[in-house]
Design a protein around this ligand. Structure first.
Ligand SMILES: Cc1cc2nc3c(=O)[nH]c(=O)nc-3n(C[C@H](O)[C@H](O)[C@H](O)COP(=O)(O)O)c2cc1C
Ligand code: SF4
Length: 399
């Protein structure tokens, strides 16, 4: 029987650094592919408005890139004056539903195929290939100099201040999934020999400098969430043991809420999803013939199989709790029923992020509040994720 006290806890008001949320369900960042030429489309607004209408406490606009060169491609938003008005309007529209709005502050770092980039060379932690840009003639990533790192810290802080000014209620800093900040955290992509490489403390230096600068930019009373990958999921990458230390450093650095995801888009993407492979969808919608072949060839090695099970990250995420003591913990990964919500709540998490279940049923919260036996119908086929680069972007193919 589902624990009604746990459900009550989930569906009652909660505070996140001064922000009152109507319940503990937060939308996970799912880049929707609905921002052609870097502007939010009416479809993007409607997707998040519907999720707000369905009772979710806070929705999350994924992949708000800190700067033009921080985008994976040119159809992503980056935080500059050109998007101020549409973004302000979008956030205001979503807020009419009573939902708060979070923005996921991201940087692509060494991984980009952005046609509007100001150079054919991307900048990351260390020299290496630009895996995403190869087929687009952008082969190389070079390691940032110290002044370039200092500049990126300021770029992230400026973007955060911009996000606060357009009405976001909270910011989720993307420290995970193989993007810019996690490229410094991972020993595979960070082979620096200066104070930004080597030990966990050194690899965390740049992400922690970003956290401190973002905090300064938005103020002490503004909620800052952070999403990490608990492991890279490949040999020689970040381990679960290391990410415990990373969680402790982020806690000490003043992060308000930790979201412990897993895997990386570039090295082991299925670890964060579980369920059916996203490869067929990505291959189908890839426009670049070279990339299409590449995706087909590396497919089985890159897209490993992790069978879906409910709350598939809970065991490792729970271990973070002892190291992330001051801030709140938000669970992510495979919560598709009230039974799972109760398990997560009774395990001591403060919030829950939902990705696919909200794409399947934007009324998840309303429906789960009305029926203690609620089970969401998402089959974890992951076809939505395969549509990320399809015309019009993602949707649940079962709806
Ligand atoms: C279509 C799609 C797009 C995603 N895009 C992002 C993203 O932009 N940023 C991110 O941190 N995670 C992204 N994710 C991962 C989700 O945030 C989440 O970690 C994952 O879906 C597991 O949660 P779930 O079981 O509730 O779906 C995406 C997932 C999906 C399905
Ligand atoms: S397409 Fe629909 S059913 Fe399949 S994973 Fe996405 S949300 Fe779930």
């Amino acid at each position: 029987m589902t624990d009604t006290a746990a459900l009550q806890k989930c569906f009652s008001q909660a505070k996140l650094n001064g922000l009152t949320l109507r319940n503990r369900i937060i939308k996970a960042g799912t880049f929707e592919g609905k921002s052609p030429r870097g502007l939010p489309s009416a479809d993007l607004v409607e997707l998040h408005r519907r999720i707000g209408e369905g009772g979710t406490a806070m929705t999350n606009i994924a992949y708000c890139a800190a700067e033009n060169n921080g985008r994976l491609h040119a159809d992503m938003m980056y935080m500059h004056e050109y998007v101020r008005e549409p973004l302000t309007q979008m956030i205001a529209t979503i807020k009419t539903t009573g939902a708060a709005v979070c923005g996921q502050l991201s940087h692509a770092g060494a991984m980009s195929k952005n046609s509007e980039m100001d150079s054919w060379v991307v900048k990351g932690a260390s020299i290496g290939p630009n895996m995403l840009g190869m087929a687009y003639g952008k082969f190389l990533c070079i390691g940032m100099t110290r002044p370039q790192i200092r500049e990126r810290v300021q770029v992230m802080a400026r973007a955060a201040a911009f996000m606060k000014s357009v009405g976001f209620d909270a910011i989720e800093i993307h420290f995970g999934h193989g993007y810019g900040l996690s490229q410094f955290m991972s020993p595979i992509t960070n082979r620096r020999t200066d104070e930004y490489g080597g030990s966990v403390a050194n690899r965390m230096r740049f992400p922690l400098e970003v956290l401190a600068a973002v905090r300064k930019a938005v103020g002490d009373d503004f909620p800052l969430l952070g999403k990490i990958s608990m492991s890279d999921g490949v040999k020689g990458g970040t381990t679960y043991a290391e990410s415990l230390e990373m969680a402790r450093l982020l806690d000490e650095g003043g992060l308000d809420c930790l979201i412990a995801s897993d895997g990386t888009s570039s090295m082991n993407p299925m670890l964060l999803f579980h369920g059916d492979s996203i490869q067929p969808g990505l291959v189908e919608h890839e426009k670049n013939p070279l990339m299409k072949v590449g995706l087909k060839m590396i497919g089985p090695k890159l897209f490993r199989h992790y069978p879906y099970r409910e709350t598939y990250l809970i065991e490792n995420a729970l271990r973070m709790r002892d190291n992330f003591k001051r801030g709140a913990m938000c669970y992510i990964g495979g919560v598709s029923s009230n039974e799972s919500i109760a398990r997560v709540m009774t395990s001591g998490f403060d919030f829950i992020q939902l990705g696919r279940p909200l794409l399947y049923d934007p009324d998840f919260v309303k429906n789960a509040m009305a029926d203690a036996a609620y089970v969401n119908g998402c089959t974890h086929c992951n076809q939505c994720a395969g549509l990320i680069e399809a015309p019009g972007g993602i949707r649940c193919t079962l709806r």
